[in-house]
Design a protein around this ligand. Structure first.
Ligand SMILES: CC(C)(COP(=O)(O)OP(=O)(O)OC[C@H]1O[C@@H](n2cnc3c(N)ncnc32)[C@H](O)[C@@H]1OP(=O)(O)O)[C@@H](O)C(=O)NCCC(=O)NCCS
Length: 140
């Protein structure tokens, strides 16, 4: 599923199109939650994703998001980024909208983690978790 945007921008959920080297470069060096991630791990995360969304400008990967879902009740949104030089122009919101509201998991409950982008996700109905939510950390 593709969505053409004005100015030569494009959203595309084809996993085959992902520039793995570029997505790995950005996530493993620039994002606090994925710093140090290996290339092999990044490849697996794209392969195993329920859906990935890429943002492209004239063929160049400039943004990304990954969804993991059971396809019925639940979806998890993660690894959302826009390259710094393209921020503040609505692309983050477009990636989230395309991932959450315009894909096969629009009918499910969504969960995500973020330290500082609460304002972005609030626009799409994300709110602090209820008291029923528990979380277990991965073993270190
Ligand atoms: C978060 C990120 C994807 C936003 O991308 P962006 O293209 O700049 O976002 P947009 O231009 O679509 O902004 C949409 C709205 O969200 C708000 N927003 C964006 N980033 C925000 C942040 N870090 N904190 C609070 N609000 C934020 C904007 O103010 C804007 O609101 P407005 O429409 O009322 O002005 C981008 O800053 C980024 O890649 N950051 C580094 C990676 C990251 O932190 N990802 C999120 C972790 S889950």
């Amino acid at each position: 599923m593709k969505k053409e945007l004005p100015g030569g921008y494009e959203l595309d959920d084809s996993a085959a199109r992902v520039d793995l080297a570029e997505v790995h470069r950005f996530l493993s060096t620039e994002c606090y939650w994925s710093k140090g991630r290996s290339f092999e791990t990044q490849v697996r995360l794209v392969q195993e994703a329920s859906r990935i969304v890429g943002l492209y400008h004239e063929g160049r990967q400039i943004g990304f998001a990954r969804t993991v879902s059971d396809g019925v009740l639940f979806a998890y949104l993660t690894d959302v980024y826009v390259l710094p030089e393209y921020r503040g122009r609505g692309f983050g919101a477009m990636i989230v909208r395309f991932s959450v509201d315009e894909g096969p998991f629009a009918h499910t409950r969504w969960i995500l983690h973020t330290v500082d982008a609460h304002g972005l996700y609030k626009k799409f109905g994300f709110a602090p978790p209820t008291a029923r939510t528990l979380e277990r950390q991965a073993p270190s």
